[in-house]
Design a protein around this ligand. Structure first.
Ligand code: 13P
Ligand code: SF4
Length: 317
C-alpha cells in the first residue's frame, strides 16, 4: 500500500465514519505522522486520548502506549494497527520480577517509566515519563527508599539530577537507545564543536555527553538531556546552526518541521525502532477498515494502573 493521495483520502474517510482520532508518536514513519490528527510524546498523547471526544482511538505507536490510553480512557475503543509492536524496554521487567524486588525493599516507593506493561503499572506507586521523571522522584520525601524501573540510563539521569543515594535502579534498557554510544557522539561533537547535542535520557551516551561538557570539549549549555517533547521546544529556541540528535531517528521529521533552518543530524542513523516502524500505511488502513487490533486491559489491573498514571499526571500540573 503506497501512502498516496488515494490512501490518505480513504484513511481520513474511514476515521470520520468510525468517529476515530488518529494519534502518532514522534518515532512513527513520516507518512503516519503526516496523516495523524495529533503527533506527540508518550505522555502528551495519553493525555489527548483521555480528554478527546472521539469514541475510537487509533494509536500509532507501540503497545504500552495504546495500553496506557486504554487505562486512562476505559470506555473508549482503542486500536493499535499492529499488536506485535512491542518495546524491548517494557519487556525488561515483568510484574513478578517487580513484586520480588519490592519484597526485598519493604516500604520503598516504586516509580516506573510508562514504558511498562499494565501489570507492572498496577504494581507501581507513581509512573513517570522521560519528561517528568526528575520531578516525580523529587516529589517523594527524601528519607523514603525509591525503586526506579525499568530503564537504567534514565535512572542514572534521575540519580544524577536528584543526588539521591536511596534510589535503586533496575538494569533494563531500550536496545535502540542503548546502541547510541559515547565514542560515536564524541567523534561527531569534535568534528562540529558549535553544534548543540540533544540527547534522550534513555541513551547509553547521556553520561558521555555530560563528560564532554565536564571536560570543556563541548560548552555545557550546548548539551541538553531531553525527552522527545522537550527536544521540539529546544529546537524552536536554539541559536545553533546544527544539532546532533541522540534518539530514535523518527524524531528528525518533527525536529526538521519545527526548525527548518537548522541542520539536524542523527548521531546513529541505524537507531530505528523496528516496533515503531511496524505501523505501516497498510496496517493503519486495515485498522480503520477492520477495527483491529483492539487493545483490552483487565479492568482490575487497569484500575490499579490508572492510579499510578494519574498520580504522575497530578504531579506534572
Ligand atoms: P517519550 O516519552 O520521550 O515520547 O519517549 C518514548 C519512548 O519510547 C522512548 O524510546
Ligand atoms: Fe521501546 Fe526503545 Fe522502541 Fe522506545 S525506541 S518503543 S523504548 S524499543
Amino acid at each position: 500500500v503506497a501512502a498516496d493521495a488515494a490512501w490518505r483520502e480513504e484513511v481520513l474517510r474511514l476515521a470520520e465514519r468510525h468517529d476515530a482520532v488518529i494519534l502518532a508518536h514522534n518515532y512513527q514513519r513520516p507518512e503516519i505522522q503526516e496523516i495523524a490528527h495529533s503527533v506527540g510524546d508518550s505522555l502528551g498523547l495519553c493525555k489527548i486520548a483521555a480528554e478527546c471526544d472521539s469514541g475510537t482511538i487509533v494509536f500509532c505507536g507501540v503497545h504500552f502506549m495504546a495500553e496506557t490510553a486504554k487505562i486512562l480512557a476505559p470506555d473508549k475503543r482503542v486500536i493499535i494497527p499492529d499488536a506485535r509492536a512491542g518495546c524491548s524496554l517494557a519487556d525488561s521487567i515483568t510484574a513478578a520480577q517487580l513484586r520480588a524486588w519490592k519484597a526485598e525493599h519493604p516500604g520503598a516507593v516504586v516509580v516506573s517509566y510508562v514504558n511498562t506493561t499494565a501489570e507492572v503499572k498496577a504494581e507501581t506507586d507513581i509512573c513517570c515519563t522521560s519528561s517528568n521523571a526528575v520531578e516525580v522522584v523529587r516529589s517523594i520525601p527524601a528519607d523514603r527508599e525509591v525503586l526506579f524501573c525499568p530503564d537504567q540510563f534514565l535512572g542514572a539521569h534521575v540519580k544524577r539530577e536528584t543526588g539521591r543515594d536511596n534510589l535503586h535502579v533496575w538494569a533494563g534498557e531500550c536496545h535502540v537507545h542503548a546502541g547510541i554510544n559515547g565514542p560515536e557522539l564524541a567523534e561527531q561533537a569534535a568534528a562540529d564543536p558549535d553544534a548543540d547535542l540533544f540527547v534522550h535520557p534513555e541513551c547509553g551516551c547521556a553520561t558521555s555527553a555530560l563528560y564532554l561538557a565536564g571536560e570543556g570539549i563541548v560548552p555545557r549549555e550546548q548539551v541538553r538531556i531531553l525527552s522527545t517533547g522537550a527536544m521540539l521546544d529546544a529546537a524552536r529556541e536554539t541559536k545553533a546552526r546544527s544539532v546532533l540528535v541522540a534518539t530514535e531517528v523518527g524524531m528528525l521529521h518533527q525536529l526538521r518541521k519545527a526548525a527548518p533552518g537548522v541542520d539536524f543530524r542523527a548521531v546513529n542513523e541505524r537507531a530505528s525502532c523496528r516496533y515503531m516502524k511496524m505501523i505501516t500505511p497498510a496496517a493503519l488502513l486495515r485498522a480503520l477498515r477492520d477495527g483491529v487490533d483492539e487493545v483490552h486491559v483487565d479492568p482490575e489491573v487497569a484500575a490499579r494502573a490508572r492510579a499510578s498514571v494519574r498520580r504522575m499526571i497530578t504531579i506534572g500540573r
